[in-house]
Design a protein around this ligand. Structure first.
Ligand SMILES: N[C@@H](CCC(=O)N[C@@H](CS)C(=O)NCC(=O)O)C(=O)O
Length: 199
């Protein structure tokens, strides 16, 4: 009997997002580790599955294929407590998911990737990555005032999506020290997901 297959890289926050959701919801899956540094996602066989040449990629038990980390998470978590039942809270969760992909990941994940894996020096990196990423982290710290989770009063996909690269932000040269609400939230979400603490 075929089961869910997740193509991903363990050094990619985008890839870990659907993996964490599958683990939390006890959805059986096979993980196919992809060496993105060696160009595994650009090989013809993989491109025939995902013409965008990116991971994560889910091949469902019925062989249908789904890309984009947040779309995969949403599909896996459909009907679970990771998706708020309340319509407004659900919309708030989407607000955070869209913001993550437009304003958070493109600065924090990109700077981390270039610095930690492509070994680019700080002087070679676009300074806007640092200022925009640091502003995104402050925006989260402010939003967490008086809150344990980003949406409502329980863990949702908003927390799962945003913790992925927020917890690794220091690898991108971002400073979390002046952001106490954010660091408390990171530790809390890591615990909820059963992840080793990053701090
Ligand atoms: N918006 C996409 C981004 C996916 C993405 O950037 N994947 C990277 C790893 S984090 C990748 O596959 N890189 C390899 C390549 O582009 O060849 C998502 O959330 O899934």
């Amino acid at each position: 009997m075929a089961r869910l297959k997740l193509f991903g890289s363990s050094i990619s926050g985008n890839c870990l997002k659907p993996r964490w959701v599958a683990e939390r919801l006890a959805i059986p899956f096979d993980w196919v580790e992809m060496d993105i540094i060696a160009g595994a996602t650009r090989q013809p066989e993989f491109l025939s599955l995902n013409p965008s040449g990116q991971v994560p990629l889910a091949v469902l038990a019925d062989r249908r294929v789904l890309a984009q980390s947040n779309a995969i998470m949403l599909h896996l978590a459909e009907g679970s407590d990771l998706v708020p039942a309340d319509a407004f809270d659900r919309a708030k969760m989407y607000e955070w998911l869209f913001w993550e992909q437009y304003s958070h990941e493109p600065t924090i994940a990109v700077r981390r990737w270039r610095r930690a894996y492509l070994k680019q020096s700080d002087a070679d990196l676009d300074p806007a990555l640092l200022t925009k990423g640091q502003a995104a982290l402050s925006r989260m710290d402010n939003a967490l005032e008086g809150r344990r989770y980003l949406v409502g009063d329980r863990l949702s996909l908003a927390d799962v999506a945003l913790v992925a690269y927020t917890r690794w932000a220091p690898e991108g040269g971002f400073d979390l020290d002046g952001l106490p609400r954010l660091t408390t939230w990171i530790a809390h979400v890591e615990r909820a997901l059963g992840l080793p603490p990053t701090r």
